[in-house]
Design a protein around this ligand. Structure first.
Ligand code: SAH
Ligand code: DHB
Ligand code: MG
Length: 224
């Protein structure tokens, strides 16, 4: 098995199960044209997040790491009337592209793009204290995953889901001696989760258009 096969199968899944979608296609095109790195979730991954948000009946969603708003659009579409998504992005260029992609997708009324460093934005959001998030999607710099996870957990309720992207990293996650800050961040997350009775979690390895990686899925039991 190799990347060629994984990509071919993802493309087959997309052709077979994911109808053409003008807003998502244009979001990718606009992101490419603006020179954003093509590191958004794949379409099948985006659809999984949509399905999770739907079965969860998520009314409030938090995202850390917006990029061009591709995953934002998938998740915001799952919101019921009156639902809200807050997303954070440190790079104002990325945020501008995202805002225009989100508006073009007809979701500007539901999505708030906060521009700045999530290390500062998250404590501000916690102070705002306008209700727990049903789903949090952590997908920014990987070294800071433990910090983001703790904050997301404080803004959760029993039954909330916290998803963390890119936690397998081509298998590098099993290297306990790694000095890669991303691997360290992910390993620290797993240690925190394992020791924390507030959450029950698993990690799914994934292959596809985005290579070999994985997603952590944590169910919040309590946040105190
Ligand atoms: N969730 C997106 C992909 C996000 S890529 C999708 O799947 O469509 C990661 C993003 O996190 C980048 O745009 C990067 O600029 C942003 N980021 C990195 N460090 C950050 C920080 N400290 N605070 C907020 N955003 C950050
Ligand atoms: C990178 C970041 C991501 O969130 C991702 O899904 C893939 C790659 C990166 O920073 O390279
Ligand atoms: Mg990611």
């Amino acid at each position: 098995m190799n990347q060629e096969t994984w990509s071919a199968v993802d493309n087959y899944i997309i052709e077979t199960l994911l109808p053409p979608d003008e807003s998502l296609k244009r979001a990718i095109e606009a992101s490419d044209e603006a020179g954003l790195p093509p590191i958004q979730v794949s379409a099948p991954q985006g659809k999984l997040m949509w399905i999770l948000a739907r079965i969860h009946g998520a009314k409030r969603i938090l995202e850390i790491g917006t990029l061009g708003g591709y995953s934002t659009i998938w998740m915001a579409r799952a919101l019921p009337p009156g639902g809200r998504l807050v997303t954070m992005e440190i790079d104002p260029r990325h945020a501008d592209v995202a805002k225009s992609n989100i508006a073009r997708a007809g979701l500007a009324d539901r999505v708030e793009v906060l521009v700045g460093d999530a290390h500062e934005l998250l404590p501000e959001l916690e102070k705002r204290n306008d209700g727990p998030f049903d789903i949090s999607f952590i997908d920014a710099d990987k070294a800071s995953i433990p910090f983001y996870f703790e904050s997301a957990l404080r803004m959760s309720r029993p039954g909330s889901l916290i998803l963390v992207d890119n936690v397998v990293r081509d298998g590098a996650v099993i290297d306990a001696d790694s000095d890669d800050a991303s691997v360290k961040g992910v390993r620290k997350l797993n240690e925190m989760i394992a020791a924390d009775p507030r959450v029950t979690a698993t990690v799914l390895q994934t292959v596809g258009l985005k290579g070999y990686d994985g997603v952590a899925i944590a169910l919040v039991n309590s946040n105190s």
